[in-house]
Design a binder for this molecule. Structure first.
Ligand SMILES: [Zn+2]
Ligand SMILES: [Zn+2]
Ligand SMILES: [Zn+2]
Length: 473
């Protein structure tokens, strides 16, 4: 029997075809996915990654056996999964790369920093009575840059530099004005020192910590080598790019007894003594660059702006929370988000000319590339770290005894997810896994983004509910 189409049917069919043509590639791909019989399980997997936008695809199996009888207690195999694969989180800390994982990472950082301030996560609550400081160390000046807020750089006598550019500015810039952080004269600006300072910033921090210990010891008449028998200095620090694309450092510093968080510090260990030591060390420590025929030998120090404030235990709880939140915020920022560099390494000199950064940052990148070819700077790997402007430290660094670790927090979460299921004693686990790819097709990416948004919104609601519960609003 031949189907009979009315003119109306025909019009509808044409409309449908036209509408399908108008769909984006991602929409068509999403429709294709939704027709897969394993689609529900696939959605479950994306939800389990928290809507990660660039998941890792794994193939393999895990078998748990009873050690004595060899009986299989549990078996999981990706052969039964959609596409015969399991999706796991990319765990990228940068919000520009993966919003879902960066949120999780920020949460972990918050708990990690907070535990070192207030206790929790196996850290005793007594640490809140220890001398604890929040400190900020900056890079020195490499040349005047435009700044926001008050009048930029007023100069009564005017005057120009040797390149004919004005030495002052006098304008009032909004904080988001593109000119803020840019040098008044790029030719006067010391790009070489800026890049070399970045390359030595982690070493400068290490020297700083050693010097604070040394200073504390000598201020109470201890031989330096005996400091560790009396007290222990713990810290968590985070690096942040300023507007002028120079890294500065925020850190929580805490003084414990010799064995760490469980141990009371000696009576002489007061916040004032700690502040004095921090200020003096920040002024004093320096690192020399390797000698170079082109550059000479530079002595690198911290900038003159040193901020060190005590965190008080009494009734100042929200302060500690704010500090932890503040630090957590910084670890999710990629170099690209702060405008200082890019999130991905640059592999050729030409890459530098095409990345979307301002003129100041581009000159810093060019400087990394140029200095990177000098044999005396080879150990600094400046070309490899062109995208971070020579800085190659981690964004968050902490001493061993500060608090918990990212690994412990992740293990906690995994145990929580396993819903208390205990498979410890008397069992053996055999696992074989391999990496088979990463990322999503366009349609899948769209679905994952939707799931990430839903999860974030649910968390937001949960937070509001909790807020009401606490504050009765
Ligand atoms: Zn991710
Ligand atoms: Zn200005
Ligand atoms: Zn100049």
């Amino acid at each position: 029997m031949t189907p009979e189409y009315t003119p109306a049917d025909r019009r509808a069919a044409l409309d449908r075809a036209a509408r399908l043509r108008q769909l984006t590639e991602a929409d068509r791909d999403a429709i294709r996915l939704a027709q897969d019989p394993k689609f529900p399980r696939w959605l479950e997997q994306i939800t389990a990654t928290g809507g990660c936008s660039h998941p890792i695809h794994l193939s393999g199996s895990t078998t748990t056996l009873d050690a004595s009888t060899g009986e299989i207690i549990r078996h999981y195999d990706t052969r039964d999964e959609p596409g015969e694969r399991l999706l796991v989180r990319c765990r990228n800390r940068r919000v520009t790369v993966c919003p879902a994982c960066s949120r999780l990472h920020a949460g972990d950082t918050y708990h990690l920093v907070r535990a070192g301030l207030l206790g929790g996560k196996n850290v005793p609550g007594t640490i809140r009575n220890r001398p604890r400081l929040f400190i900020t160390l900056t890079a020195p000046s490499f040349g005047p840059v435009h700044r926001a807020g008050d009048r930029c750089r007023p100069r009564r006598d005017g005057g120009t530099c040797e390149h004919g550019r004005p030495l002052g500015c006098g304008a009032i810039h909004a904080s988001d004005a593109p000119v803020v952080g840019q040098p008044l004269c790029p030719d006067c600006y010391d790009y070489t020192s800026h890049v070399l300072w970045h390359a030595h910033a982690s070493k400068l921090w290490d020297r700083f910590v050693i010097d604070v210990r040394r200073r504390l010891a000598s201020s109470v008449g201890l031989v330096q080598s005996r400091f560790a028998l009396h007290a222990r200095l713990s810290f968590a620090r985070v690096a942040e790019y300023q507007k002028r694309a120079a890294v500065h450092v925020h850190a929580v510093v805490r003084l414990d007894g010799p064995t760490g968080p469980d141990d009371e510090p000696p009576a002489w260990g007061t916040p004032d003594l700690l502040i004095d030591a921090v200020r003096a060390s920040a002024r004093r420590v320096l690192v020399h660059t390797p000698y170079s025929l082109a550059v000479g030998e530079l002595a690198l120090r911290w900038g003159a702006q040193v901020d060190a404030r005590p965190l008080h235990a009494n009734g100042d709880g929200p302060d500690d929370d704010a500090v932890a939140a503040y630090v957590a915020k910084y670890v999710t920022k990629g170099a690209s988000e702060t405008g200082a560099g890019t999130d991905h390494p640059l592999t050729t000199r030409d890459d530098i000319e095409s990345v979307p950064v301002n003129a100041h940052v581009r000159t810093l990148m060019r400087t990394c590339w140029r200095l990177g070819k000098l044999p005396e700077y080879e150990p600094l790997h400046l070309r490899t770290w062109t995208h971070t402007l020579g800085y190659r430290g981690h964004i968050l660094t902490k001493s061993r005894a500060y608090s918990t670790t990212y690994a412990a927090l992740r293990a906690d979460r995994a145990a929580h997810r396993a819903n208390g299921e205990q498979l410890g004693e008397g069992t053996v686990t055999e696992a074989t896994w391999r990496y088979i790819g990463s990322g999503y097709t366009p349609g899948a990416a769209q679905l994952a983004a939707g799931i990430a948004e839903d999860l974030a919104q649910n968390r937001e609601f949960a937070r509001e509910a909790k807020h009401e519960q606490w504050w009765g609003e």
